[in-house]
Design a protein around this ligand. Structure first.
Ligand SMILES: [Zn+2]
Ligand SMILES: [Zn+2]
Length: 139
């Protein structure tokens, strides 16, 4: 993937850039992602935390995710855009919410996770692998 990861929140007070290519792109259907995104599922790009440079100071909160591990979510305190998700189980990875990308059209999900919690009216893409729970870092 040679997607350049740069983006920011809706009001522009938080910007980010990632020096390395993304590791994965996925849709997460867990209840926590539904709540934090305000949508049926959350779509994220998994990046290497150490390569991510953030300007501005996102607000954060932590929840115990469906996996039982603590998950910290970042968002812009000004406009409320969800930005980053980091789990204490895999802090080396950060999931970036795809709508914040400068080029959101470059997002192409590779898998769906926590499909056991997916809303019954969500159409899952049959061409993608589905995981009932999380195979690796939660989105
Ligand atoms: Zn903002
Ligand atoms: Zn999730």
């Amino acid at each position: 993937m040679n997607l350049v990861l740069s983006g920011g929140c809706a009001c522009g007070s938080i910007r980010y850039r990632c020096a390395s290519a993304p590791i994965a792109m996925l849709n997460c259907h867990c209840r926590d992602c539904q709540r934090s995104s305000g949508a049926a599922f959350a779509s994220g790009v998994v990046a290497i935390t150490a390569d991510l440079q953030v300007s501005g100071t996102p607000s954060t909160y932590s929840v115990r995710g469906s996996s039982g591990q603590s998950t910290t979510r970042s968002f812009c305190g000004g406009c409320g855009s969800p930005l980053f998700t980091r789990s204490e189980a895999n802090p080396q990875f950060t999931s970036i919410r795809f709508p914040s990308l400068d080029d959101a059209s470059a997002f192409a999900p590779m898998l769906d996770i926590w499909t056991s919690r997916a809303q019954p009216w969500v159409c899952l893409d049959a061409k993608l692998p589905h995981f009932a729970e999380s195979p690796q870092p939660p989105g």
